[in-house]
Design a protein around this ligand. Structure first.
Ligand code: ADP
Ligand code: MG
Length: 304
């Protein structure tokens, strides 16, 4: 998933805890193997290979995640869309990158559309009905991996832990008596360690989608990795979107959707999904749902 995962347990190390952490990493690895569109042998790669050919029987775990993805696509009016991956490779993010041509974007965009991804609940199959269609789970798989890792720890009786996967964190239980886990929200125009606000996290996950993770600048315009599937180009409404939710899978997907929707659409969407949202819009203005306002600890406004 292109990220580093860190597990923190606020207790002294024992062989049982060490084994639990190993199991956690193994679970994360297994999700990566199943959900990656890059790994040639993965079920997602197989689904993409069979586009326009045949429905593919997929593992239960993948089928469930695809169903969740479709639910979020419907709720976000397609702002979140795993079939964005028909555009895969068109946008490259190196310092020397250039935007692709309009024609290239237009011809690939024909094959984007979540409504055409068919899931058969009875047969447990998924089907992409056209050559050129593809699924990419980059905006939801990490959240699912965090959910699975949390389950793994809890199944071993561990309630207090912090799981950190780069742009997304899950806080289980507490750091200590009366001491919840605390996490910062990154400055969109700062370094990886700079935050402009923070909040307490207990049995909840925080996910930020930002225009600073993977991007290039050409003629003064920032091109980044979160695509507005209406245009086939990077979404323009936000610098970052941060979602807090008890379900990490939901937090991950909703932060991407809210990023694409911008303000006010992202706030309406968050309300509908029952998650908290903080959005830094393209003009560096901050928008929040009431629930986010109530829990946020401000340091200073984000730098311009
Ligand atoms: P990160 O991976 O940096 O944590 P996100 O969770 O927001 O950030 O996911 C961004 C990734 O999601 C992109 O790299 C791409 O793989 C995929 N993606 C891009 N645009 C969309 C979209 N509109 N809907 C769903 N997935 C997308
Ligand atoms: Mg996401």
């Amino acid at each position: 998933m292109g990220t580093v995962m860190r597990v923190t347990l606020p207790t002294e190390e024992t062989p049982a805890l060490r084994a639990a952490v190993q199991a956690c990493f193994a679970r994360f690895e297994q999700v990566d193997q199943t959900m990656s569109e890059w790994k040639p042998g993965s079920p997602v790669a197989e689904l993409n290979r069979q586009a326009g050919r045949a429905p593919v029987k997929v593992p239960e775990e993948l089928w469930g995640l695809l169903e969740t993805a479709q639910r979020i696509s419907a709720a976000s009016n397609g702002a979140f869309d795993v079939t964005w991956a028909a555009l895969w490779g068109l946008w490259q993010f190196t310092d020397a990158s250039r935007p692709p041509s309009r024609d290239d974007v237009a011809s690939r965009l024909q094959h984007v559309g979540w409504k055409r991804l068919r899931l058969d609940a009875k047969a447990r199959t998924a089907y992409l009905p056209e050559r050129g269609m593809a699924v990419g789970l980059g905006a939801i798989a990490k959240g699912h991996a965090l959910a699975m890792a949390a389950l793994e720890l809890r199944s071993r009786g561990i309630q207090d832990f912090l799981l950190d996967a780069g742009g997304q964190v899950y806080g289980g239980g507490m750091k200590g008596p009366g001491q919840p886990w605390k996490v910062g929200i990154r400055e969109p125009r700062g370094g990886p360690e700079d935050s402009f606000a923070g909040l307490a996290l207990t049995d909840a996950s925080i996910s930020t989608s930002g225009d600073y993770e993977r991007f290039f600048v050409a003629e003064g315009v920032r091109f980044h990795h979160i695509i507005d599937t209406r245009t086939g180009s990077p979404a323009r409404g936000a610098r970052s979107a941060t979602v807090v939710a008890s379900d990490p899978t939901l937090a991950d997907a909703c932060s991407t959707a809210a990023f694409v929707l911008g303000a006010p659409g992202g706030l309406e969407f968050a309300r509908k999904m029952g998650v908290d949202l903080l959005l830094v819009d393209a003009n560096n203005r901050v928008h929040m749902t009431p629930g986010m306002k109530a829990r946020l600890l401000w340091s200073h406004p984000p730098r311009d």
